[in-house]
Design a protein around this ligand. Structure first.
Ligand code: UDP
Length: 323
């Protein structure tokens, strides 16, 4: 049985839906940002916090857990700058409690959701796993701290792990039954689609004077179901003992500017957006694009869904949003 913490959240819920096809799954989520409705009905659901040692102990004693997949983190860069305590408390201190409970119960396989934010402002066009890590905000720091802790726990306690550094997760499940639902929403694609649905009066482009071809920031958007399938491959490799301590980037390998994303949303929906140019958002690097060559060569994974597919799946979800 696999324990998925944060399995009611955006990325976790898509993973759980795919994982539950072949595995028994238990989800632990405090529903602070997740949605109970997003959890696949085949999974056992426990409402609780990863920092609650009693709940963790109950789960590890009651179920034969072979691996833990960890999605239960706060993930907004701007919020992390304003309230770093919230980020270090949950993303670091509570994660330590989770790791301690795993070790106490001899569970030694861990899949960790990390982020492109560990790279800060990279000096290279295509970021690979050897690119220097140098976070520029508490969110990125909180994730990198756990990455370092995992390496130490591998050496000391034999904890096996795979770290997956996501670039820009987007899109929704093809069934349109689950998708992205944040409150408040800060991400580009849902904001554009909510505007096109009439829920916002305009879209603001945060900065048009970056050193990029059209002046707007470039990001690597990856479909949430491509992320999910990478997790399944990583889990298999860990359980088969083919991998013991690895880090992989997860991206599409193609950068799209904010303007290009807007144009693609207009193309997919057939609607025209009202756009305003706004100031830069603090902490935004001009370009973040992944090389996913390592996971392609080692686990034979590559992103299958392009930007149009991401946006059309997200559009189906937002038109009929269930939660
Ligand atoms: N962005 C924007 N307007 C918005 C939201 C986002 O111009 O209303 C830009 C943002 O500055 C960044 C890109 O879109 O350059 C992607 O932002 P998002 O918040 O989706 O993801 P992030 O890269 O911060 O994880």
């Amino acid at each position: 049985m696999i324990l998925v913490v944060g399995g009611a959240g955006y990325i976790g819920s898509h993973l759980v839906k795919e994982l539950a096809e072949n595995e028994e799954v238990i989800v632990l989520d405090n529903l602070s940002t997740g949605h109970r409705e997003a959890v696949d009905s085949r999974a056992i659901f426990v409402e609780g916090d990863i920092g609650n040692e009693e709940v963790l102990q109950m789960i590890f004693k009651s179920y034969p857990i072979s691996a833990v997949m960890h999605f239960a983190a706060y993930s907004l860069v701007g919020e992390s700058v304003i309230d770093p305590l919230k980020y270090y408390e949950n993303n670091v201190a509570s994660t330590l409690k989770l790791l301690k409970a795993m070790l106490n119960n001899h569970v030694k396989n861990f899949i960790f959701s990390s982020t492109a934010a560990v790279y800060g402002i990279p000096a290279v066009e295509m970021i690979d796993e050897k690119t220097a890590t140098s976070p520029i905000n508490p969110y990125g720091h909180s994730k990198l701290l756990i990455e370092q802790i995992l390496a130490d726990f591998k050496n000391a306690y034999g904890l096996n792990y795979i770290i997956l550094r996501y670039f820009n997760a987007a899109g929704a499940h093809e069934s349109a039954k689950i998708g992205e639902s944040h409150n408040p929403e800060t991400h580009l694609i849902p904001i554009i689609l909510q505007h096109l649905l009439g829920h916002r009066d305009k879209v603001s482009i945060f900065g048009s004077d970056y050193k990029t071809p059209d002046g707007t920031c470039i990001r690597d958007y990856i479909h949430v179901n491509d992320l999910a399938s990478a997790h399944i491959l990583a889990l298999k490799a860990l359980l088969a003992k083919e991998k013991e301590a690895e880090v992989y980037n997860l991206g599409n390998g193609h950068g799209f500017s904010v303007k290009e994303v807007l144009e693609t949303c207009e193309k997919v929906t057939g609607l025209k957006a009202k756009v305003e140019m706004a100031d830069r958002r603090a902490g935004d690097p001009a370009r973040l694009v992944a090389s996913s060559q390592k996971i392609f060569s080692e686990l034979v994974w590559e992103a299958e869904r392009n930007l149009e597919q991401i946006i059309s799946d997200a559009w189906e979800w937002h038109r009929n949003q269930l939660y």
